[in-house]
Design a protein around this ligand. Structure first.
Ligand SMILES: NC(=O)c1ccc[n+]([C@@H]2O[C@H](COP(=O)([O-])OP(=O)(O)OC[C@H]3O[C@@H](n4cnc5c(N)ncnc54)[C@H](OP(=O)(O)O)[C@@H]3O)[C@@H](O)[C@H]2O)c1
Length: 238
């Protein structure tokens, strides 16, 4: 069956690799590639669009511009640090309201607004997936190291939203799946300053992580909607 997929964050390390994998899949009839600065495409199946997570109107416009129904929405955006802006906190003394608000705007509120505008585009009569990149460090149960307060909290809040969305969507779209995904530690700009101490075999290239994530997405069942899953398919505790 010909599938339509929408990627948010197609300029990102993991988002670009997921997009490249899907572009190679002849079963994908149309692939919408969203980024802040739209990426020029030569293949007619690949349709670039511009959006900003902090601008709901741009997300609504993106939804209005895609053919429906949409079989896969992949939210590959996110932030851990920004040059001259937020950096992961080592201690509560470093907490800063503006930096926290920025992390929540990107990691929590933006994906929620994408869900608001794109969940209605999923088919009601067949399998479809809304997947957002979360992070294992957003797990409350798994938090043994502390630190990174704002990033952890913004991802924990994202996870709660995904669970809540899954419960609501089940009523109208019984075959749809809402999932959070932990991609592993992936060699991108986001993780670059924090890779020291990561064993080489545990640092995935974006291409390897993308392959794992698409396998996880393919294997999820509607009964698993609302879960957070790691790159190997194992559930991440909340
Ligand atoms: N890399 C890892 O080891 C790792 C581990 C666990 C979880 N994750 C999660 O995986 C996701 C992707 O990470 P990555 O490593 O691929 O990071 P990345 O290469 O830095 O990509 C981040 C993406 O988010 C987009 N973005 C940021 N702010 C935006 C905004 N205001 N509006 C629209 N797009 C915006 C960026 O767009 P621009 O190109 O326009 O900046 C880029 O496409 C994140 O949610 C991250 O938390 C990553």
């Amino acid at each position: 069956m010909a599938l339509r997929a929408v990627i948010f964050g197609a300029s990102g390390g993991i988002g670009a690799a997921v997009a490249a994998r899907l572009a190679e899949d002849s079963g994908v009839e149309r692939l919408y590639l969203g980024s802040r600065a739209p990426l020029p495409q030569t293949d007619a199946r690949l349709v670039p669009f511009a959006f900003d997570l902090t601008d709901e109107a741009s997300i609504a416009a993106a939804a209005a511009g895609v053919d429906r129904p949409v079989d896969l929405v992949f939210v590959g955006t996110g932030m851990l640090h920004r040059a001259g802006g937020p950096a992961p906190e080592k201690a509560y003394r470093a907490l800063d309201g503006a930096a926290m608000a920025e992390l929540f705007a990107i990691n929590t509120i933006g994906p929620a607004l994408i869900a608001k505008h794109f969940l209605p585009l999923l088919p009601r009569d067949r399998r479809a997936v809304f997947a957002a990149l979360s992070a294992r460090v957003g797990s409350i149960a798994d938090n043994r190291l502390g630190g990174w307060h704002s990033y952890r909290a913004s991802k924990a809040a994202l996870n709660m939203l995904l669970v809540t969305l899954a419960i609501e969507l089940r009523r109208t779209h019984p075959l749809a799946i809402v999932a959070g995904l932990h991609p592993g530690t992936v060699d991108t700009g986001l993780s670059a300053p924090f890779q020291r101490g990561v064993a080489p075999e545990k640092l995935f290239s974006p291409e390897v992580s993308a392959g794992y994530l698409l396998d996880v997405i393919s294997n999820l069942s509607p009964a698993e909607s609302g879960g957070i899953f790691a790159w190997d398919g194992a559930p991440v505790p909340y």
